[in-house]
Design a protein around this ligand. Structure first.
Ligand code: F6R
Length: 606
């Protein structure tokens, strides 16, 4: 993970580097650092913890160089401490790195034998020493870097500066994203276009194996074989993006509140509201005959995929295989000829999802991705991209991206259902109408947010919380549990309601809140039976349902009253109470809601 940035600027760059890092903090935030070339010397400042610690350090000890690199870290090798914070240096080379150098141990041994002295526990430091080693043998910086890159195995995006070279920066990409930003007599490198948005909207994305030599007035990209290559210069959409919480206390809350609007945008992209029909792009396969759909993703995005599986099977009658990306590839799942594979990702950079996409592509599948970040690697490597129009999601816990993923996937399910002759025009209009009403329901539910502040007092005292759901509500129960544990650090598990009696029921006692996601649909009666089993053992039920609490024949400790909804759209609306329970509990517990411990927004390591 980690975010990297580099600037060859017209004025001292330290402040701009920190500004860019602020936009990359979603990629990691356990330490940060910057370095510049100052009077020919490499000077760096690093700090453990959040970026503000680095900013404070720079106020006390400013940097004046006009060529510099910066890094915000999510620790992989070595504890999050100042000595392990990037940039890492040898005597004349300074480097920031996102990814993992897999062969760093053997390189470190070799370089130590050759006299290098290592000052950190990181894999990254070998890169600086390796380039220095090549330079000691007589190579100039560019040639030395090329030789060193040829010896690295693993995934990396690198930005490198050199002592004595105020107008030179080298970037390299192998498995981790890197964009070149083009300014007026200035050049930039960044993990994504958002980092570069304040400086330029002209970006070139490096491809796998590419490396770039930058001077203020020119740049040259070479591929893995060292051949000069041209990559397109794009105009990034990211420039309008402001890192701003508005009136909200946290980005997560702002993003929860944005859902009605961004779901509308996403739905509008995939439907003809006036006609009441889905308007879907050509996926390049015959949806009527495609033998199977494979879905893969990680975390919250996986739960969106799981909802899609239920939708596709029930409404389109098509077989769907789904697994988390870190498993699907390694179990070497066989892929059917002519199959469609769908990947779901907010960032579009998740390493496991990307690797599984490549696995499915190699197995001849048609690749469709549902992504939020337009020019991300997953988007670029897909045959067809279905964008979610959530806008930038800054809170590490996914909220609006999730419901936008559900919106796009719901339309996909309807498009497949129609193509397979499973959806009459009238039924399509009914389901489209139900989707169109989702934003209105969310807006009215948000008026009653105080309710969740009250509930949070109770949740914050719990050590364990269970979430139960059946059918389409099962993935929402899983998502509810994930949200709570990742931001409040309270242990929470989601289960299929019917599975309770096969083991988890042993956990129930009067101290365990049990959140039951139970819309009054065709499975409601079954879920009621499971609730009664919980109540009989003293479990404290939080019922999330449109049904009357009296209709369930047992005591409930709290009832979050939901509107009556079409069963098709319940996941989109029931996600909201899950998010609000987690958010208000975390706020009460005083955790870092937007940047919870040990996590990062974009997970670019396997
Ligand atoms: C949880 C969360 C993560 C992500 C997962 C995949 O709130 O955000 O579980 O959903 O890391 O990330 P993307 O969607 O970027 O592939």
């Amino acid at each position: 993970m980690c975010g990297i940035v580099g600037i060859l600027g017209a004025k001292p760059v330290a402040e701009d580097l920190v500004d860019a890092l602020r936009r990359l903090e979603y990629r990691g935030y356990d330490s940060a650092g910057v370095a510049t070339v100052e009077n020919g010397h490499l000077e760096r400042r690093r700090a453990e913890g959040k970026l503000r610690n680095l900013s404070e350090r720079l106020m006390r000890e400013p940097l004046a160089g006009k060529a510099g690199i910066g890094h915000t870290r999510w620790a992989t090798h070595g504890a999050p401490s100042e000595r392990n914070a990037h940039p890492h240096m040898s005597e004349n080379v300074c480097v920031v790195h996102n990814g993992i150098i897999e062969n760093f141990r053997e390189l470190r041994e070799e370089l130590t034998r050759a006299g290098a002295v290592f000052a950190s526990d990181t894999d990254t430091e070998v890169v600086a020493h390796l380039i220095s080693y090549e330079m000691r043998k007589g190579a100039e910086p560019v040639e030395a870097t090329r030789n060193a890159l040829g010896r690295l195995r693993g995934a990396f995006a690198l930005a490198i500066i050199f002592a004595g070279h105020d107008n030179l920066m080298i970037g390299a990409r192998e498995g981790s994203p890197l964009a070149v930003g083009h300014g007026d007599q200035q050049m930039f490198l960044g993990s994504d276009a958002i980092a570069l948005a304040p400086f330029t909207d002209k970006v070139t994305y490096l491809e796998e194996g590419d490396w770039v030599v930058l001077h203020r007035e020119s740049f040259e990209i070479r591929d893995r074989q060292g051949r000069k290559v041209e990559r397109p210069m794009l105009t990034s959409q990211a420039s309008g993006f402001l890192v701003d919480k508005g009136n909200h206390r946290h980005f997560m809350l702002k993003e929860i509140h944005e859902q009605a609007e961004v779901i509308s945008h996403t739905l509008t992209n995939y439907m003809d509201m006036a006609a009441g029909t889905v308007r879907f792009p050509d996926l390049g396969v015959d949806l009527a005959t495609v033998p199977r759909i494979t879905i893969s993703a990680c975390g919250t995005a996986y739960y969106a995929g799981l909802v899609a599986k239920y939708w596709l099977e029930r409404y389109a009658r098509i077989p769907v295989e789904i697994d988390v990306a870190s498993e699907l590839r390694y179990r070497e799942a066989p892929m059917p000829e002519g199959g469609l594979a769908v990947f779901v990702s907010q960032s579009g950079e998740t390493a496991d999802t990307l690797a599984t996409l490549r696995y499915c592509k190699a197995a001849g599948q048609r690749i469709v991705s549902v992504v939020n970040v337009r020019n991300s690697t997953i988007a670029r490597e897909s045959h067809v991209v279905l964008p979610t129009l959530a806008g930038p999601e800054i809170g590490v816990a996914s909220t609006k991206a999730f419901t936008c993923q559900l919106s796009a996937l719901a339309c996909l399910a309807l498009a497949v259902a129609r193509a397979r002759g499973q959806l009459s025009e009238e039924r399509e209009r009914e389901l489209v109408r139900a989707l169109v009403e989702v934003p209105r329901h969310l807006t009215s539910l948000l008026r009653d947010e105080r309710r969740y502040e009250e509930l949070a007092h109770w949740f914050s005292k719990a050590k364990d919380v269970l979430y139960l759901g059946r059918g389409l509500s099962y993935p929402i129960a899983l998502e509810g549990a994930l949200k709570l544990k990742e931001i409040s650090y309270i242990h929470a598990e989601g289960y299929a309601a019917g599975e309770m009696k096969h083991g988890p029921i042993a956990l129930i006692d009067e101290k365990v809140p049990v959140v039951v996601v139970a819309p009054n649909d065709d499975l409601f009666e079954k879920t009621v039976s499971n609730m009664q089993e919980v109540a009989a053992r003293g479990g404290q039920i939080v019922l999330v349902s449109d049904a009357d609490r009296d209709s369930i024949g047992c005591e409930v400790a709290a009832h979050i009253r939901m509107p009556a909804l079409h069963p098709f759209v319940t996941p989109l609306v029931y996600a909201l109470p899950m998010q609000l329970i987690a958010y208000h509990t975390a706020v009460l517990m005083g955790t870092d809601v937007d940047q919870p411990r040990n996590l990062a927004k974009s997970v670019t390591v396997e």
